[in-house]
Ligand binder design. Sequence first.
Ligand SMILES: [Zn+2]
Length: 501
Amino acid sequence: MGVRKVPGLLCVVLLCWTPLCCGRPDPRQREALMKMELAREIGGSVVLNEKEKLLDEKLHQLKLQDMALPEFPPAVHFFKAKPLIEQSPVFSLLQRMPKGAALHVHDFAMVGVEWLVKNVTYRENCYVCFKDDRSVQFLFSAGQPKPQGHCSTWILLRTLREKLNSTELDNSFIRNLTLFTEDPDTAYPDQDVVWKRFEQAFLVAYGLVTYAPVFKDYLYEGFRQFYMDNVMYVEVRALLPPTYELDGRRNSKDWSMRACQEVLHRFRAQYPDFLGARIIFTVHRGINETEAVNAVKEAMTLQRNFPDIMAGFDFVGREDSGRPLWYFREALELPEEQGIRLPYFFHAGETDTEGTDVDQNMMDALLFNTSRIGHGFAMARHPVVKELARKMDVAVEVCPISNQVLKLVSDLRNHPAAVLMAEGQPMVISSDDPAMFGATGLSHDFYQAFMGFGGMNSNLATLKELVTNSIRYSSLSSTVKEKAIADLLVKWDKFVSETLL
Ligand SMILES: [Zn+2]
């Protein structure tokens, strides 16, 4: 895939090009031009077998049905579209489809928040305090914890549940842990407001997920939820904050990496066809130069000590209000200077503001030899970046629901990835923070990509290229990739046959 064949007729058309001023277009030329465009699309060079062609026809019919819905799901906010999507036969087909890898997900937003509330907050020794800004904070502790600024006294949740209506309390926790609201346009009038709530929700999850026993269970449940959505491999962008024990002791990053290894070992014993997971160590882009140097050094150490599960390094946080990559250049040059290989997986171009330092991040990411570009929402406006990314075979990780909820685009038919998809730019689909948005695994995002910016031209071949891309552009070694793609294609053929029954 990736190398486009130009059919013979098209060469003739191109070579014998006659000026288009005659006013009588040749229908053969028209057809040839249309074919030429389709050949450039993602999936344009995938040749479907007979069974796949049958499924593609079925999928096309289902797509037409969804296109005719009075409310077209990709055109409305995901919080309103979700129930519509979940009724769609296209969605149920995409759920069953083997999706390969999730290459852009964050550590504290992988697991549906229902699990955090219904499972984790019901565990022993869980305390809660209510903050001035109407959010909450959680902490596990053997005894009464010390008071925290801007927060009420810590209350043992078990005691609170005896006094209050548990369902109402749980619902209020769920509201705190996600961005979901019935009226997103009123609740989040602009990007500043939605990002503030977004970062607040992360902090609410923080106290729960960083409790050492929960950290392990959370990873396990995260892998399980992705696996149940037919995802076979995950690359997690992880902040790796210190986890804590009941007596307040704190564990190191090494502890978290070992915990991840142990959880994966247990998970794969239970689900042997799950390929595994790797960690992209991340730090907030609000840090200063010295802190960045330390973070890169830490990443190099982790890379040396945990080569099997450590994939590389990235910055997180809102690009528009954080520091641009160029600011961190001294830190980012360190591995090269020391002859150490530390792959980068930079978030870049998650912005709709053109021509700023932040808008330059994609170019800088490529100059630092990034392995992939996270989001690349701004890429369609940068022809040189697009060309360079193609030459370097760097894929863009497109996360449609995240971009819509965080207010970069409202109607997903207008997502810039439509252009990238039509041009066959290397691309994978991912879900960023599915738990925050009420999405699960990758299926909701695949629906939005396939129905929204994929339009009528995207078909089964598009999907096949996207799912194989997810392994191809992963951080796995070439030998492992080869085997993983072979395994994925076996699953794919099974899916095609079973769906045709
Ligand atoms: Zn992200």
